[in-house]
Design a binder for this molecule. Sequence first.
Ligand code: COA
Length: 325
Amino acid sequence: MTVRRSVVVGCGGYLPEKVLTNEELAQRLDTSDEWIRERSGITQRYIAAEGELTSDLACAAARTALDAAGITPDAVDLIVVATSTPDETFPASATVVQSKVGADNAMAFDVQAVCSGFVYALATADNFVKSGQAGTALVIGAETFSRILDWQDRGTCVLFGDGAGAIVLKAEDGQGNATDRGVLSTHLHSDGRLHDLLYVDGGPSSTGEVGFLRMEGKEVFRHAVVKMADVTVEALEANGLTASDIDWFVPHQANKRIIDGTAKKLGINGDRVVVTIDRHANTSAASIPLALWVATGDARIKQGDLVLIEALGGGMTWGSGLVRW
Ligand code: COA
């Protein structure tokens, strides 16, 4: 039996020019390079320039991904942008990307699931492709979290950065088993009762202001360790696979200790885990596609490899996906 699969045919990314190191932060905040590195694994982050918008980052990543795929913008019929930091309250940043890259034949919308955004966007695009409603999809994670950080709050501002990553999906026929190329499955969850652990204290309908990110770091950490392990096992079991089948584990980059803890629980060796948090920090919805871009760029992830992704974010939302590259 043939099934329709969403196969990754291109991957791209973009990081702003400006690097902000831990040492620079320590000059203006009561923190230290040592504390940030030990607690999170972060040494630096990228910060978007004044006037550089989320859609600009998204477009740069999208263009690299389209180039890598050898696909022209007019062939794209779906654009999904995962972001919590859109250019404007509306319209969707995806429509801005559509116009800037010239993907005039596409439908375009945003998905908002904070740090799980890319997994949610991938699941959405995959379902559009599988149902036949789209044949070529651009899935982007793009964020300018530097704009929603309280730069006086050392418990949060040291952890995040800006960036964008993108993949191009194309419909192809598969056999319906785990040897197929493409998205094998996605698994999404949310629990709105956990709102207060990670949220932004503003918005158009509440304060009328954009607001700042607020987080109960310890509690988020506790949920992340448990939920990441559960949702990755769910993905493996759904496909009759075990951790030893995984070529590359590409987790959301929130904290090196969370990444290490999840990999250890799964029994995945560190040399099969893609880590970018040291240089990128937490770029929310952009972190997974950026890590995919880095690991395809240096030829770690190759065609045919089995890639496991997972993320947890505000909401709370969390999810995983298995993709045969
Ligand atoms: N520099 C120096 N000290 C800091 C600091 C900073 N940047 N931020 C907090 N501290 C202090 C705290 O004030 C606290 O001091 P106190 O004991 O005198 O009150 C101390 O360090 C320990 O803080 P705590 O919050 O208990 O540290 P932690 O070990 O839990 O690490 C995080 C903090 C935020 C790094 C960690 O909880 C974390 O990563 N959580 C998950 C966050 C996450 O992944 N969020 C995104 C999800 S998508």
